[in-house]
Every structure is written in structure tokens, then in C-alpha cells.
Design a protein around this ligand. Structure first.
Ligand SMILES: [Ca+2]
Length: 270
């Protein structure tokens, strides 16, 4: 019964004045509801064949897991990226030429901290004066992201290619503004890698977030380290409004009530 109700409602979604305000998420979610025959038992007691309810039932909790899995895995895409090409990109701070941003987000491009110096090099964002000792809080490359009003960004990864000269830095650390740049994220290297950003703290971000890639333990202050290209991946979604959340809650309640109703009727019959 639930399945037929859902399917019957699909064509009405765009036209009904209330249903039309439901986000497309609800539409996709309803497709994820697993169906199974409701003909086995009532509260653990087997039913006589003539009383068995042979309608199909849908399970909203399992459906939510299926929906969440497919929605998050299917929508990871480039949030912001730059191949960094041209003569001496490091002469700009930040460097934004050639940047590719997803819609509904602003991104800073690549910039640098005050403690390092621009070094000319083509097709890469190059710098010297990296610490020959411990990590220096002013010596980093920086990337900032900010979802537009009404949107939130959920990250999955940061990927970059790097290049280090023979006397350049040998230790690296990625940190974020979410904890005031206090803890390391993943294991960055001089030649580049992919850093996993799927942890909960990097999801549903509505405020600006900044990532800093620090480099230190250089053999010489003249040694260089550059970012040759980079890419943040994730997804940008509209921030659910309170009205939408209330409608989702009402929808879930109706779904659960419809699930219970056949059992209640059968109990009354019995
Ligand atoms: Ca490049």
C-alpha cells in the first residue's frame, strides 16, 4: 500500500502547492525505500492464511541508509580546482587565474603565509624561505572556501601535486581553521597526494573554512616548495530550511503511521 501511495504521488509532486515545496531529496529518498511483503505475522504471532495481509510494505529507516549512501557517493564533484598554468603565478597572492569553482561557492585560490617568499617558476605556485627547523605558523600555502548563503559544502578530499628543490622542506602538515590550525590532517608530502576530508568535521559547512599546507625542516632557506595543481572534492547542497524540515518530519510520521495501521486493524479483527 505504501509503495502504491508513493508511486501515485510522484506525478503530483510538481503541481501540489505543499508537495512542490518538498526538496528533490524526498523524491529520491522514496525510490530508496526497500519493499517487502507484509504477510508473515503480527507482533511475532503467525497469521492464519486467510487473515494474512499481502500488501507490500516499505521500510523508511533502511531507505534512509540507502538514500544517504547513494546520494553522498553519487554527488562528489570538484568544489574548486586550479591546474596553475602561466608565467610566475607566485607573483600574485592569492593566485586565482584559471580557477574552476562549482556553483554556489566562493574560493580564494592559492595564497601564502607572511613567513615565506615568492619564487618565480612557470606553471606552479612556488616559494622559498621555509623553516629549517620546526613548523612556523606563518609559513604555509593557503586555500579558503565559503558556500554562498543558503548553501552548505561537504568535503571528501583535497588532492595536489607538489615539487621540492634539493634543499627544500622535508616535513609537511595540513591544518584547518575549524580547530584554529591546531591538528594535522592526513599525511601530505612534497610531491603531492590525496588527503581524505570525509570526516564529520568537514561536512555541512556553512561558514568559511581555510586550509593551510605548512612545510618545514628545509635544508636551506633558499630551498623551494611549490604547489603545481590542486583540487578540493565534495558536494554543495542547499541548506534545508525549517519549513522543509517540518514537512520531512510530517512525511516520516505519515509513513510510520501507514506502516502500523494494517497491524492495528488486524489486531482489532482478531
Ligand atoms: Ca601546474
Amino acid at each position: 500500500m505504501i509503495a502504491s501511495l508513493n508511486i501515485a504521488c510522484y506525478p503530483a509532486l510538481p503541481f501540489h502547492p505543499i508537495l512542490a515545496t518538498l526538496p528533490t531529496h524526498c523524491f529520491y529518498f522514496s525510490y530508496c525505500l526497500p519493499l517487502y511483503p507484509d504477510n508473515t505475522s503480527v507482533q511475532g504471532k503467525p497469521l492464519e492464511p486467510k487473515r494474512r495481509n499481502i500488501t507490500m510494505k516499505a521500510h523508511p529507516i533502511i531507505g534512509l541508509f540507502v538514500y544517504t549512501f547513494f546520494w553522498t557517493t553519487a554527488n562528489a564533484a570538484i568544489i574548486t580546482s586550479n591546474d596553475i598554468t602561466g608565467d610566475n603565478p607566485s607573483l600574485e597572492d592569492p593566485y586565482t587565474s584559471g580557477i574552476i569553482n562549482a556553483s554556489s561557492i566562493s574560493a580564494s585560490g592559492i595564497g601564502r603565509g607572511e613567513g615565506i617568499s615568492a619564487r618565480t617558476a612557470s606553471d606552479r605556485y612556488n616559494a622559498s624561505s621555509w623553516s629549517t627547523g620546526e613548523l612556523d605558523s606563518d609559513e604555509y600555502f593557503t586555500f579558503a572556501l565559503d558556500a554562498d548563503d543558503g548553501y552548505q559544502v561537504s568535503l571528501t578530499s583535497f588532492t595536489y601535486t607538489g615539487q621540492v628543490s634539493s634543499t627544500g622542506p622535508t616535513d609537511f602538515a595540513l591544518r584547518s581553521s575549524l580547530d584554529s590550525f591546531s591538528s594535522d590532517i592526513g599525511t601530505p608530502t612534497g610531491t603531492g597526494t590525496t588527503i581524505d576530508l570525509s570526516a564529520s568535521e568537514y561536512q555541512n559547512l556553512t561558514d568559511p573554512v581555510e586550509f593551510r599546507l605548512y612545510a618545514y625542516s628545509a635544508e636551506s632557506g633558499a630551498g623551494t616548495f611549490s604547489i603545481n595543481d590542486y583540487e578540493f572534492e565534495g558536494e554543495i547542497t542547499a541548506t534545508p530550511e525549517p519549513q522543509t524540515l517540518a514537512l520531512i518530519g510530517i512525511g516520516a510520521s505519515v509513513l510510520l503511521w501507514n506502516q502500523r495501521r494494517p497491524r492495528m486493524l488486524m489486531q482489532m479483527e482478531g
